[in-house]
Design a binder for this molecule. Sequence first.
Ligand code: GSH
Length: 318
Amino acid sequence: MPEARLLTLPFSHYCEKARWALDATGVAYHEDAYMPGAHARATRAVGGKTVPVLVDGATVLCDSTDIALYADSVAPSLRRLVPEDSEARGLVLAIEEELDETLGKDARLIAYAYQLGTGEVARRFLQELLRMPSPVARLAAPIVRALIFRAYRVTPERTVRAKARVRETFERLGERLRGAGYLVGGSFTLADLTLAALATPLLSPPEHPVMGHLQLTAAPELEAFRAELLSTPTGEHAMRMYREHRRAGAIATRPTRTSSQRPSTSSPRSSTASSSPTRGAPRARRVRPRRRADGPLSPRQGGPRRVCPLTRSVLRHR
Ligand SMILES: N[C@@H](CCC(=O)N[C@@H](CS)C(=O)NCC(=O)O)C(=O)O
């Protein structure tokens, strides 16, 4: 039985959230990391639109929350990310859902606004992120900028508003963290994981399994915002979650060779969206992912059809 497949853009913070949830719960999977553009074909082929997508036999989950809850539902009790107690569970899911809709979108918008903001910064960003040769990155920068700014409606006004909302979110969560080691209860949950993963475009924790190896040069405005957030209790908390709770992901253990394996084209049995009413109760599935009691995930047989050069460079680095 093949392992579950996680389709990603490897640098995406929603993908990192799903990857971390799978790693933390010990679900065996392999990551098919795509280049931007190629991801759209791959996700469409299984009935999805955005990444991450988890394909496990006939089950297709097209949202990071559904993937995390699926992973949690098959995890041994010691590795669960969502508490069983109904009050704590409700709180964890509420924080997770809110951060998906606020911090996830705000962090992405702010990071792109600054990293693609001017010609030279954008060129360097693409060169470092996608390992593009400098002349190619220079040509691609205005096109990528226009596409991304349109897709995520990046404008100076929206950037200012997104920063204000991130400050509010961090302040509110900071109140919750006062005198407490974690956002809910006394242990690491999906709420802490979601905060840390979705803040990565702003905080750049060195333990990030992909971005930690790239060490992108941040635009000065982004660096200043990072410094501001890192000085808050919530920023400190997110960085500590990476230091103390992030295990190496499958991407770091996978062989580099590619195979002729094509993504499944069979129609999905279940496919969910971020507004799915199934939060807290992933849909019925036929095949459960194998799980491991502890330790890093095993290397898969074969590899993705198109390995993102970024991933290759990370793999080389390890
Ligand atoms: N709510 C979704 C959001 C996923 C999302 O926005 N993914 C972005 C990457 S950060 C994406 O796929 N963008 C490319 C596209 O829309 O084609 C989730 O939690 O999975």
